[in-house]
Design a binder for this molecule. Structure first.
Ligand SMILES: [Zn+2]
Length: 456
């Protein structure tokens, strides 16, 4: 009998499927179609992908991992997806706060950018941003800035996933003197990062009000030529809508639609001043939205009709925007919390945007807004292994009745303990594995002195 048992144990060990990692935790929040939350759960990872998620007992029996990480006092969740930001602007953090958007842009940001933004500035600013994002559980970020090829290099080095849009703007920019030069720069960039495992290069005309119709059309065809996402700011302020109405008798959404800008994969940031017709256009064209509650509140831009857009089936993700005045950090936990509360207080209805929806926006809905829901946004077999472990052993995590509610309303970016992107551990025990933190902070201080001197 003993011999038979050991024979079966032996066969069992041989039959176990290989895996590179097993990560286990007290809860696995999958964000899959059934919204499974697995108590005492585990995830098996092979190469760049998740091969299975289930109970710890089940995963341990089925897989033979090369390495494992067991966090009995943590939640495992899909990595958070930031759908709108300007990473390198981290070096302008807190430069000019509490101003109107146009004053902030014209008096501070555009002059500071003209005098300071070089490839070196973008490299260190992006490194600083990636450091903060990864430590806070963001595994994908969507960016719009200049020298986006350098942003891509810095993101790859950090080991974070990036949907990175080269900004095209109708006045001399740090990396191109004219929109035509900018379009050319963008095409070279798209070619260079085409089919990269971590980087999805994108085309990012800044906004309707900063580009000519001709440039917007050219940006669309360039994006379509490379099957790339087009990212732009849309209806962020009331002024933007009033100006479009005065000049063209159409809302910015209707102008962009009439120019054909939505004829291809598109993500718009903000979408605050939207009427029913505008929202119907986004829905009909399959446009994704990046909602930026911190930024909209800080700049007093208004409240995006998020509950309505979600009811219409428009995929709405979350973005911190910023971090140089429109919002001063890259904290996706804060964006989840604020997104939920902003809809509630605006609609005077605590049911308006529940925790579950806020977490969806930071994960699977964000992925849909980017058109990447087949690759990221949930813990499911076949998806990229982008995972976070969030600790539950601190006072703000006890007691725990509902893991999803805890994620959105109680846990903080500082509670993130481990992060994996594309199957590669990048944060372990709240320490970055891929970047030199001390060097980055020293460079940030150096740039602070330079930027300050440049504005005198
Ligand atoms: Zn923005």
């Amino acid at each position: 009998m003993l011999r038979i048992c050991s024979f079966f144990l032996f066969v069992g060990a041989l039959a176990a499927e290989p895996a590179d990692w097993i990560w286990s935790a007290r809860y696995v929040i999958t964000m899959d179609a059934q919204h499974r939350v697995i108590e005492n759960g585990a995830v098996a990872i092979r190469g760049e992908r998740i091969v299975a998620a289930g109970s710890k007992a089940e995963i341990d029996e089925r897989f033979q991992p090369r390495q494992r990480l067991d966090r009995p006092e943590a939640i495992l969740a899909p990595g958070l997806i930031n759908t709108h930001t300007h990473a390198a602007m981290s070096l302008f953090r807190g430069l000019a706060d509490d101003l109107r958007l146009q004053d902030w842009l014209q008096k501070f940001i555009f002059p500071a950018e003209a005098r300071n933004v070089t490839p070196d500035f973008v490299r260190w600013g992006t490194r600083l941003a990636c450091l903060e994002m990864l430590l806070g559980g963001t595994t994908t970020f969507t960016d719009m800035y200049y020298f986006e090829d350098v942003v891509a290099e810095a993101a790859k080095e950090a080991g974070i996933r990036g949907v990175l849009g080269e900004t095209i703007i109708g006045f001399p920019a740090p990396d191109a003197k004219t929109p035509a030069a900018s379009l050319k720069f963008t095409e070279t960039y798209l070619q260079r990062f085409h089919n990269d495992p971590l980087i999805a290069p994108a085309v990012a005309p800044h906004a309707l009000y900063t580009n000519s119709d001709e440039t917007l059309r050219a940006a669309r065809s360039l994006a379509n030529k490379y099957h790339a996402l087009l990212i732009t700011h849309l209806s962020e302020t009331k002024k933007e809508n009033d100006d479009a109405m005065a000049q063209r008798r159409m809302s910015p959404t209707r102008v962009l639609d009439s120019l054909g800008v939505f004829a291809g994969r598109t993500l718009v940031a903000h979408a605050v001043w939207m009427d029913e017709r505008d929202m119907a256009i986004l829905k009909a064209r399959g446009v994704g939205v990046a909602h930026c509650p911190s930024s909209n509140m800080k700049l007093a831009s208004g409240v995006a009709p998020v509950t309505r857009m979600l009811a219409l089936g428009i995929p709405v993700g979350l973005g911190p925007d910023g971090p140089a005045g429109s919002n001063n950090d890259f904290n996706m936990f804060e964006e989840m919390d604020l997104a939920a509360k902003l809809q509630k207080v605006t609609l005077l209805d605590p049911r308006a945007l529940p925790a579950k929806t806020a977490l969806e926006m930071a994960t699977i809905l964000g992925a849909r807004a980017l058109g990447m829901e087949k690759e990221i946004g949930s813990i499911e077999a076949g998806k990229r292994a982008d995972l976070i472990a969030v600790r539950l052993d601190r006072p703000n995590a006890a007691p725990l009745y509902d893991p999803i509610s805890q994620m959105v309303y109680a846990l903080k970016a500082e509670d993130v303990r481990d992060v994996m992107v594309n199957g590669r551990p990048v944060v372990r025990d709240a320490k970055i594995l891929t970047l030199d933190e001390a060097q980055i902070l020293a460079k940030a201080a150096e740039y602070q002195a330079k930027v300050r001197a440049s504005l005198k």
